[in-house]
Design a protein around this ligand. Sequence first.
Ligand SMILES: Cc1cc2nc3c(=O)[nH]c(=O)nc-3n(C[C@H](O)[C@H](O)[C@H](O)COP(=O)(O)O)c2cc1C
Length: 169
Amino acid sequence: MITATDPESTRMLDADLFRTVAGYWPTGVAVITTVDADGRPYGLTANAVTSLSIKPLQYLICVDLRATSLPALLESRLFCLNFLADGQEDVAQIFASKKEYKFGEFGWSRLPNALPVIDGNVAHIGCEVVAVHDGGDHKIIVGGVTHIGITGGDPLVYFKGAFHRITQP
Ligand SMILES: Cc1cc2nc3c(=O)[nH]c(=O)nc-3n(C[C@H](O)[C@H](O)[C@H](O)COP(=O)(O)O)c2cc1C
């Protein structure tokens, strides 16, 4: 067992331990897509994503200050959450990478406001940014929901640093 509560062991409260303990919280896997002012698509894989408010409808995402997608998102103030289906591990890997252009290897379309929607997602949520807060080395971004689409199916799951399926093939 690893514990890091007493002063002697606080030196263990480092980034690796933080990532390990965070990995014990299973999450879905989203691709946050966005566009810049010219409509060029960007996106990143994310699990720091949560529903926030019902009245009004709001979602919350946390984006690393180093993410290439962040300036575009803050410029257009638009993002779409694509909840990935099991079987979309390859899409998750593409959007977790630093590839310059990530939209060439799978099907996708656009919402009327140009936000990219990835084919095969179990659900997607289009948002307009309503608030941006500082959160350490991330930005905490609140989006007002403008669009909801539900395809259904089983979601891709992230747990202990790896992708999992709820239903084993
Ligand atoms: C399962 C998983 C979850 C992730 N969650 C986040 C997240 O919530 N926020 C974030 O900024 N990066 C997250 N990342 C890392 C980004 O996907 C990664 O840094 C990506 O390369 C950023 O792309 P960009 O720089 O092109 O925007 C996650 C990666 C994985 C594999």
